[in-house]
Design a protein around this ligand. Structure first.
Ligand SMILES: C[S@@+](CC[C@H](N)C(=O)[O-])C[C@H]1O[C@@H](n2cnc3c(N)ncnc32)[C@H](O)[C@@H]1O
Length: 195
């Protein structure tokens, strides 16, 4: 595992080990420093991103959004896990629903190197639309349909807006093996040879 605290964290973190590896690898590959994530839960993905930035020799600036309304206890776990990793000074917890807090957060933060969308299941595309003027790279979680429907994604709309999407069929290996799916979206003309 990419980070000792992450490896020791409890189960039910919200992402698979393969998912954290993709987040870590993307952040390292694009030399991200400033990252926003929607869906903190217990802090696992914030820790993975923070470790990636540090391993590239940079100082991380990470803003992580959650309202913790369904599992209020997870906020305390996130704070404790981030503190145990020694990352409190790099990660700002922003409490609220993405649709409510993103506009004011972007007024303050302007542009970021990457955004993770891992919040409301009903608002994959809506969160994408809110964030896309402010970044050239996304990591999109839960991209495969599941028995309960899964996260809502309108791939046609995302591609129409000028994004290339690579969708990886990751699985929940430590669970029942179901497809999870994680995608990397990059703005066309920024990360390819069409510029
Ligand atoms: C799958 S968990 C996130 C897991 C985390 N990104 C990780 O990989 O370690 C999804 C989280 O999104 C939060 N959430 C759901 N709807 C949201 C919204 N509209 N705005 C912000 N957070 C939301 C939930 O409270 C939950 O903690």
């Amino acid at each position: 595992m990419i980070n000792k605290t992450l490896a020791q964290m409890e189960t039910g973190l919200g992402s698979t080990e393969q998912g954290y590896l993709v987040m870590y690898s993307v952040a390292r590959a694009i030399q991200a420093v400033r990252i926003i994530e929607i869906g903190t839960h217990k802090g696992g993905s914030a820790i993975a991103f923070c470790q990636a930035v540090l391993d590239n020799g940079h100082t991380p600036h990470i803003w992580t959004i959650d309202d913790w309304s369904r599992r209020p206890g997870s906020k305390g776990r996130a704070l404790a896990n981030i503190s145990q990793a020694g990352f409190t000074k790099y990660i700002e917890l922003v409490q609220g629903r993405s649709e409510d807090v993103l506009p004011s957060l972007f007024q303050r933060v302007q542009r970021v190197d990457a955004v993770l969308i891992d919040g409301g299941m009903d608002r994959g595309t809506e969160d994408f639309i809110l964030c896309e003027p402010h970044t050239d790279c996304f990591v999109l979680k839960d991209t495969k349909p599941r028995a309960d429907g899964g996260r809502e994604w309108d791939w046609g709309k995302i591609e129409e807006k000028g994004w290339n999407v690579v969708n990886l069929p990751t699985r929940h290996l430590k669970g029942d093996g179901h497809l999870v799916g994680i995608a990397i979206a990059t703005r066309r003309g920024k990360c390819d040879d069409t510029a």
